[in-house]
Design a protein around this ligand. Structure first.
Ligand code: DC
Length: 221
């Protein structure tokens, strides 16, 4: 059976995961958040003190990353342990950014991602989905917003928390991650030639969800 594959790429903080989750739930697709897989590898590297290509590359094949879906929500397992609630810290974000530039890590996750797409109707989000993982996706979307807009959304999310960083620091962090993602040698973030650009700088959450659902519907009709 041919499965339906939708690729959503874009920079950090563009809302890829929350938007993909909502669209997938409405359409009955599985949502695969590939960033969570890199985060799980980052957590492994922190725990095992092997956050460098020299230390991580030789052991990468032994790291078991699995996804399971509970009520449609993705959980990520690291060596059998559900680490979904441990991978959202700034420390793990930085580790994920480091490990995602290691070719052996990308090769290890690529097989798993391709297999999931071959077996399920999925909406997969990440950085290289349209360009590398699913070059024949039924639809590719490049979801973005200006760095300032992404920083101010993040600031609004965090501002009630006691350790909320200043806006300028959030903006700097986003700019640094954009630089890392677009300048790494392997599978850098870029818009695939046949991807549809969706700039959400001036759009609300539901507007973006409806727009993407309409793009998918149009493609499948
Ligand atoms: O989307 P995120 O912030 O959860 O991603 C975590 C890190 O993994 C981020 O530095 C980008 C990287 N990543 C990647 O290189 N390729 C993907 N397909 C997904 C994420």
């Amino acid at each position: 059976m041919k499965t339906i594959n939708i690729a959503i790429d874009g920079p950090s903080g563009a809302g890829k995961s929350s938007i993909s989750r909502a669209v997938a739930a409405d359409l009955g697709f599985i949502h695969v958040d590939t960033g969570a897989m890199y985060r799980a590898v980052g957590l492994y590297a922190i725990r095992h003190d092997c956050l460098s290509p020299e230390k991580l590359a030789p052991v990468v094949e032994d790291i078991a990353i699995d996804l399971k879906f509970i009520g449609g929500a993705q959980r990520v397992l690291l060596d059998g342990e559900d680490v979904s609630d441990h991978i959202r810290t700034p420390e793990v974000s930085m580790a994920a950014s480091v490990v995602s530039a290691i070719p052996e890590v990308r090769a290890h996750l690529l097989d798993l991602q391709k297999k999931m797409a071959a077996e399920n109707n999925i909406l997969m989000d990440g950085r290289d989905i349209g360009s590398v993982i699913l070059p024949h996706a039924d639809l590719k979307i490049f979801l973005t917003a200006s760095a300032e807009e992404r920083a101010s959304r993040r600031y609004l999310e965090l501002r009630e928390k006691p350790d909320c960083p200043p806006y300028e620091e959030i903006l700097k962090d986003i700019q640094q991650r954009d630089y890392n993602d677009t300048h790494r040698e392997i599978a850098p973030l870029r818009q695939a030639e046949d991807a549809v650009l969706v700039d959400t700088s001036n759009m609300g959450f539901h507007e973006v969800v409806d727009h993407i659902k309409a793009l998918i519907q149009e493609k499948l009709d």
